[in-house]
Design a protein. Structure first.
Length: 506
């Protein structure tokens, strides 16, 4: 009796071979992800020098930061859908080339307007880069064990990129000049672009009949841009300002219109089944809340180190290194190893409790706090907690997503992170400023003691805001415990387990 031979080329009889260059492609993707994330903070250190050089006023200098975050956060959903329609690899390459060009323009800026425009362009191309990078990662690593390691490495860079930006920004600003805080992106982007064409696989054809949801793009991106702009204006103007309230109201109205339209559009920008899934919605909300506390802490500790303690930019950056190391250890050595075997909520909820405990330590901050005994333990606890959180959140939220929706799902996660960062800086900074002003009013002092009282008021404001950040992180842990319902993916004979029905439907 003869046995029919299997056709080795048949997709129904042989699994697709893993890309032998997938780990090298991870290096390229992670480099681009690091570049996008650290650019959110690297310019903070260089801003005082840039302000003096270009003649910015105190009122408009904030646009060197907010022009980037506004464009990045507001256009991420559109960037994710473009990645799905045009092709992930192609969108990734366009984003790298555009980011390099915008960075070069910013480094060569001769006026404030030129710098602000270049920063907005950086944000636009970052909105193409971030979702296409994460969706390439999702489609490149399909085995649960390898996927956990890949997301662990990527999450470590994403989570520590802000701190790396402080360190690198301090070194570049102090020794080479503020322009190199932008020029360094050109070198990184060109290197990643070469690696993309040499190593990365995953272009993917445009789905038949697919088209861009223009009304959805206008409503969704317009709503996000308006809300993020309103949040940025809340810091100098106050939450009760008519302009701030008007912007937030218009933004919420536009987003409500966006949701209404998405339920009726033939090819929606954001398919609502992505966020209707309880598990995926829980991951997005947890990430948003966690980043609110994280970026608030970055802001206050930076000002504490430089304004209250008088640290140099380089010393301030180095002071954040233990936090960076803790995030990397938590992501790659703990979380990534446990993702294939442990339910995500059993990593995220304890991670948020660790981060909250670190925040509570920082609420005891004083003007003369010892770094080694009063600040360092808190930074380590926060870093480990965030490291435990990033990997399972990103891996679990993107698991089981149809390939055509990989980009927009990644963009939704990144949007949650960006909106959380903007909200954290605006909300917590307003709390800190109000608390510091109240402390000054309640503690009149002799002119000779005025400087000491001002420093004490600043620390008091930071402490009050960090209390709020701790509460928000505790809320993130509660959301994870109640809403993140995913199960650990397991492989049999090297093949990934079929996704649960709810995720497969997504």
């Amino acid at each position: 009796m003869s046995v029919p031979r299997r056709d080795p080329a048949s997709p129904t009889t042989a699994p697709a071979a893993a890309d032998p260059r997938r780990w090298w492609s991870l290096v390229v993707i992670a480099m681009a992800q690091l570049m996008v994330v650290l650019d959110s903070t690297i310019v903070n250190i260089a801003l005082p020098s840039a302000q003096r050089d270009l003649g910015m006023t105190d009122g408009n200098r904030q646009w060197a930061i907010t022009a980037y975050t506004l464009a990045f956060g507001g256009l991420l959903l559109l960037g994710g859908r473009i990645a799905d329609l045009v092709g992930r690899k192609r969108t990734f390459a366009i984003g790298l080339a555009g980011f390099a060009t915008a960075s070069a323009l910013g480094g060569a800026a001769t006026t404030p307007g030129m710098l602000f425009g270049a920063r907005a362009l950086q944000g636009m191309f970052a909105a193409l880069l971030a979702p296409s990078a994460l969706s390439l990662l999702t489609t490149t690593f399909t085995d649960p064990k390898e996927r956990g390691k890949a997301f662990g490495i990527n999450s470590a860079l994403a989570g520590s990129g802000a701190a790396i930006g402080f360190v690198l920004g301090g070194v570049l600003a102090e020794y080479l000049g503020w322009r190199w805080c932008l020029y360094v992106n050109v070198l990184m982007a060109i290197t990643a672009l070469i690696g993309t064409y040499a190593l990365v696989r995953g272009g993917g054809p445009r789905p038949a009949g697919a088209r861009l949801d223009v009304p959805g793009a206008l409503l969704g991106c317009g709503g996000l841009l308006t809300i993020v702009y309103g949040l940025s204006e809340a810091e100098p103007r106050g939450w009760a300002d008519v302009r701030v309230l008007g912007l937030l109201t218009v933004g919420v109205t536009l987003l409500a219109g966006f949701v209404w339209w998405q339920s009726r559009a033939r090819t929606p920008l954001l398919p609502l089944h992505i966020v209707r899934d309880r598990n995926r919605a829980g991951c997005c909300l947890t990430l948003c809340l966690a980043v609110i506390g994280m970026f608030g802490m970055f802001l206050f500790m930076t000002y504490y180190f430089q304004v209250v303690r008088g640290y140099s930019p380089v010393t301030t950056g180095l002071a954040f290194l233990p936090l960076t190391g803790s995030i990397i250890i938590g992501s790659t050595q703990i979380s990534a190893r446990l993702v294939p075997r442990v339910a995500p909520r059993l990593l995220v909820a304890p991670g948020m409790l660790l981060a909250t405990s670190g925040m509570l330590v920082l609420t005891r901050l004083t003007v003369d706090a010892e770094y080694a005994t009063e600040i360092l333990p808190a930074l380590i606890l926060v870093g480990l907690g965030m490291g435990l959180t990033y990997t399972p959140v990103f891996a679990n939220a993107t698991a089981g997503v149809a390939p055509r929706d990989a980009g927009v799902t990644s963009a939704t996660l990144n949007t949650s992170q960006q909106v959380g960062a903007s909200l954290g800086v605006a909300l917590l900074n307003t709390i800190a400023t109000t608390s510091a002003g109240g402390y000054l009013a309640a503690h009149p002092a002799h002119p000779a003691q005025r400087e000491a009282i001002i420093r004490q008021s600043l620390v008091h404001g930071y402490s009050v805001a960090i209390w709020w950040a701790a509460g928000i992180m505790l809320l993130a842990g509660l959301v994870a415990a109640l809403m993140v319902t995913g199960r650990p993916p397991r492989s049999r004979h090297g093949a990934p387990e079929k996704a649960p029905a709810a995720q497969s439907a997504a």
